[in-house]
Design a protein around this ligand. Structure first.
Ligand code: NI
Length: 200
């Protein structure tokens, strides 16, 4: 998911805990290890497959996805967005906080949703498109971490939104699929342009 509002990047490169990755958060220069697939690419509509075993290949994928997400100034990224149909996502809603650690979730599943809230949302696969999307206000997700251990993540506010948005990606669902009627029609022009651009 893209940031809803751009905030200034802190001057010094922040360090994150070694628990998830030893690499410092790279500065957002727009260039990551992966090219992010844009709307119009069929991979974004496909369902990702479960990851039966977390090997060095998946750990490297997670690391490169994090670097790609930070470079693109995002707060969440799902594997299909980098062309990989595996159930893996990375999230960092506190990316400007040097003490924060990103979430790396393998095979995430929504266990519980609660409440309802409408807020602006964007997506790294839809540059420059922002729309109001209704989501649950609270989300509880079960997943495996990078060591293959079962974890439970409880999210509210932005984290709840990002969890739902990224898990949707694993099922081939995009944030614009939650928008209907007139609001969707108003986006059609922008979406058409993006589709043409991604197919060039
Ligand atoms: Ni997205």
């Amino acid at each position: 998911m893209a940031r809803r509002r751009r905030r200034k990047w802190t001057a010094s490169p922040p360090q994150i805990s070694a628990a998830q990755t030893a690499e410092p958060k790279p500065t957002p220069n727009g260039v990551g290890p992966f090219q992010i697939r844009l709307y119009g690419n069929p991979v974004l509509h496909q369902k990702a497959l479960p990851i039966p075993e977390i090997t060095a290949v998946e750990r490297k994928l997670a690391e490169d996805m994090l670097a790609t997400m930070y470079a693109a100034n995002g707060v969440g990224l799902a594997a299909p967005q980098v062309g990989v149909l595996k159930r893996l996502l990375v999230i960092d809603v506190n990316r400007d906080d040097p003490a924060s650690s990103p979430l790396v979730l393998f095979n995430p599943e929504i266990q519980h949703l609660e409440g309802e809230v409408v807020e602006e949302e964007g997506c790294l696969s839809f540059p420059d498109i922002i729309a109001d999307v209704k989501r649950a206000a609270k989300a509880v997700v079960i997943a495996q971490n990078i060591d293959g251990e079962s974890i439970r993540v409880e999210g509210e506010a932005l984290l709840a939104r990002v969890l739902q948005h990224e898990i949707d990606h694993l099922n081939g669902i995009l944030f614009i699929d939650h928008i209907s009627g007139l609001k969707r029609q108003l986006l059609q022009g922008k979406l058409r342009k993006l589709k043409q651009k991604s197919q060039q």
